[in-house]
Design a protein around this ligand. Structure first.
Ligand code: TYD
Ligand code: MG
Length: 438
């Protein structure tokens, strides 16, 4: 066996030191040392030569057929990707599922593990605690194995000793290898443990889901450290006080990154949401300051309500606050409303909110944001059957956006009958006239 010893390496310049240093003596960066395993062999000398290695023509490289294992949850599979009409996780791939603590990562992956069968490694909880969670969600747990362990090398040994179809690691921040001195969750440990799991996945063609908590910058390493080490990075998002959860992939070597999966956290685990538009519009408010916009989430249109509230400034500078919308975009739209549509917003505080906690960063929502603000400041409500679609330019023009037909079809399906789009209104002024016409 190769003897391994650890070294601390400056992440900025590569300077090596046998112990941790606060400041790099070579490049003077602060806090840049990360513990790293260094095999005590010289680079290259003992590497076995692979006959297939070396450059070859791209046209001669054979195309591999990606197999996929369905997770049993359509919403999850959509995010993981589809090939040859099969959706799900690609064997041999490592998928990082990241999110805030308490958002439902363990619940989602336990449900998946129960559907596929395999090994669930619980680093944070005892097997008994996992059992309690398993009792809340339905599923067939006959083929599910639980291992409560944090030593990555013992975990790998356990995985090698039996042919599992699927492995969940909950969570990467609890794992350690004895080859490093750092504590669990340190950048060095997280990176090395992930590396070893990645190698195992490739060698055994085994799909591994790794859970990672999003953490504040600091001593504990968050999913960012792992992003380039894994094949796919999926975030589970949601507001703690809202029940729905969104799975969104931000990196995917084997699939799309635009698709999202929508779930609702119930007392029986995560339930797939087949009709998100209906969910987001369920508690729609009445009155001035509200309009609906069909946004595209991946290839699906989802209807969401935009709400705005304006109120005279009582003290100091006017405030602009957006929740679920981009702050700079909001500032820009307020300026366009003021200059191009003649609305008096200089002495108004403006709050804009995407109902239900969804985040919308598409310019297609510009027109709806503008109309909701106008509706509030003019105190005139817009017909509850209206939707607005369009990007707003600096000259106050309303522009077409992609997928108009899909968006309109979804709105029609949910009973909307008034469409404020670039086809009806070329400018913001025209759109305002149309929206407030009796
Ligand atoms: P959990 O999956 O433990 O979150 P994470 O692994 O991301 O930290 O779930 C956290 C919350 O979900 C917890 O407060 C309890 C709640 N929950 C439900 O609402 N329904 C359920 O069926 C389960 C198992 C948990
Ligand atoms: Mg958990």
């Amino acid at each position: 066996m190769i003897k391994v010893k650890s070294l601390y390496v400056c992440q900025q310049c590569g300077y090596k030191s046998p112990n941790w240093l606060g400041k790099c003596p070579n490049c003077s960066s602060w806090n840049s040392f990360v513990e790293t395993v260094t095999p005590s062999t010289k680079f290259g000398s003992t590497r076995p030569r692979n006959a297939n290695a070396g450059p070859k023509k791209l046209s001669e490289v054979e195309k591999i057929k990606l197999g996929r294992i369905p997770t049993g949850l359509v919403e999850f599979d959509r995010v993981l990707g589809t090939s040859n009409a099969f959706s799900g996780v690609v064997p041999g791939s490592v998928v990082l599922v990241a999110g805030d603590p308490g958002i439902g990562k363990s619940t989602l992956l336990l449900q998946t593990a129960a559907k596929i069968g395999g090994l669930y490694v619980a680093g944070e909880e005892s097997a008994e605690q996992v059992k309690i969670r398993a009792e809340r969600i339905k599923g067939n747990f006959d083929e599910l194995f639980i291992l409560s362990e944090t030593d990555v090398d013992l975990i790998i040994e356990a995985i090698r000793s039996k042919e599992y179809r699927f492995v969940v690691i909950d969570s990467i921040q609890t794992l350690v290898t004895g080859d490093l001195d750092g504590s669990a969750g340190s950048v060095g440990q997280v990176r090395e443990c992930a590396n070893r799991l990645h190698r195992l996945a490739k060698e055994n063609n085994l799909p591994i889901f790794v859970i990672g908590h999003v953490t504040k910058e600091g001593a504990v390493a968050g999913p960012r450290v792992l992003e380039h080490l894994v094949d796919a990075v999926i975030y589970l998002e949601g507001e703690r006080y809202h029940s729905f959860r969104i799975l969104r992939s931000i990196k995917n070597r084997f699939g799309p990154t635009a698709e999202i999966g929508i779930f609702e956290m119930t007392d029986k685990g995560m339930v797939e949401v087949a009709n998100p538009s209906a969910l987001f519009l369920e508690e729609r408010g009445e009155g001035a300051g509200s309009i609906v916009v069909p946004t595209m989430e991946g290839s699906r249109p989802v209807l969401t309500e935009i709400q705005a509230l304006t109120s005279p400034v009582s003290f100091g500078l006017p405030r602009r606050t957006g929740s679920g919308v981009d702050y700079n975009r909001l500032q820009l739209l307020v300026a366009v409303l003021t200059r191009r549509a003649g609305l008096n917003l200089q002495n108004q505080d403006i709050f804009v909110n995407v109902a239900g906690g969804l985040k919308i960063f598409e310019p297609a929502a510009d027109l709806a944001i503008c109309l909701s603000i106008a509706s509030s400041v003019l105190d005139k409500s817009i017909s509850s059957g209206a939707v607005a679609i369009g990007e707003v330019g600096l000259l106050g023009e309303v522009r077409r956006v992609g997928n108009m037909e899909k968006r309109i079809a979804e709105a029609k399906k949910l009973g909307f009958n008034k469409f404020i789009t670039p086809d009806q209104a070329k400018t913001l002024k025209e759109a305002l006239n149309l929206a407030f016409k009796a």
